[in-house]
Design a protein around this ligand. Structure first.
Ligand code: BDR
Ligand code: CA
Length: 331
């Protein structure tokens, strides 16, 4: 672990195209040191997620970074089939082929890895979690002191004012495991939520990834370009403002941007809870008014979450482009 780098990060992820984008941003950014990649089900099965994380790291010349396999299903609700139409059946836009790689997963579960690292480096590790939150929830069950042992948690998930992307109110990561998400919001972490309120403001064009691939002439950025092109077809079919520039939402990469450049976001702090059942299942509810509600569950024992509500979208795009164009890839 490099000690001089500001953010030592465990990246908890379900790669996933925007997950891959976020991983490469984190590897490229000088302020982040990725000390492990913990995988979960979500965009793909957890076995595929782990394979994708291993592959993305290997082809980027970082097979040294440990990868673990974690939650295979939601804590309580029934799991659903992965969204092949969004990320491809393989999670990376249906790659035509993969080169041979030989890095292997760490045998520990993702939750165990998070707990081990937090205990070994108390107060130093940040978890950036961009999939369903089962790994963090399981880690909390194993180590209730986790909120004090971790430095911060940044999640991509949820929506406050913006409509959901799975139901009128639910964002996919929270929808996929609402019980885990509620446990994470209630645990007392120093927690930042990067949800659809901001990710839907940042549209990244496919030509940006084409430019990055042409610049590096490297398998890793070629792979990312291919995956983004597939993913952009889905988003362009759904959102006219995305179709206009043939692009996609960068969702997960914005969790890292919020870590490296928090000044680009306006946040509102308050208690957040998740609806775990019924029509509103997966909704993230932010207590925005200082009212003593008669209903239980909003008490002062809950620590505030810093919820990103606005983002400087153009500056984000410039930052993502500059970060991925920098010389970060190993030969
Ligand atoms: C989130 O859901 C997944 O499809 C993406 O990877 C992102 O984490 C967006 O709602
Ligand atoms: Ca994700």
């Amino acid at each position: 672990m490099k000690t001089s780098i500001p953010h030592r990060v465990i990246y908890d992820t379900d790669p996933g195209v925007d997950d891959a984008m976020a991983l490469y941003y984190a590897l490229a950014h000088p302020a982040t040191d990725v000390v492990g990649v913990t995988t979960t089900f979500g965009n793909v099965t957890v076995a595929q997620a782990a394979q994708n994380a291993l592959y993305l790291l290997a082809i980027a010349g970082r097979p040294d970074i440990p990868v673990t396999q974690g939650a295979a299903a939601p804590l309580l609700k029934r799991g659903e089939a992965p969204p092949e139409h969004i990320h491809g059946a393989d999670g990376l836009g249906n790659l035509k082929e993969r080169v041979a790689t030989n890095n292997q997963a760490d045998p520990r579960s993702s939750a165990q890895f998070i707990v081990d690292m937090a205990r070994q480096h108390p107060g130093e590790i940040t978890v950036v979690a961009v999939g369903p939150l089962g790994n963090l929830a399981q880690a909390l069950f194993m180590e209730p002191a986790l909120p004090r042992l971790l430095r911060k948690v940044v999640i991509m998930g949820g929506a406050v004012l913006e409509p959901g992307n799975v139901s009128p109110v639910a964002e996919a990561n929270i929808w996929n495991d609402p019980h885990a998400a509620d446990a994470v919001f209630c645990a007392g972490f120093d927690l930042t939520m990067v949800g659809l309120d901001v990710t839907h403001q940042v549209i990244l064009p496919v030509i940006l990834f084409q430019k990055i691939a042409q610049h590096h002439q490297h398998l890793a950025t070629d792979t990312l370009h291919h995956a983004v092109a597939f993913y952009a077809n889905f988003y362009s079919g759904l959102y006219p403002q995305v179709a206009e520039i043939h692009g996609c939402f960068g969702h997960d990469v914005l969790a890292f941007v919020a870590l490296t450049n928090p000044e680009l976001f306006t946040t509102q702090s308050g208690r957040v809870r998740v609806a775990v059942e019924g029509l509103a299942q997966g909704q993230t509810m932010l207590r925005r008014k200082d009212i003593a509600y008669p209903q239980e569950g909003w008490g002062s024992e809950l620590r505030d979450t810093h919820v990103c509500m606005e983002v400087q979208a153009q500056t984000c795009k410039v930052l993502i482009e500059a970060t991925l164009l920098a010389p970060w890839l190993q030969a």
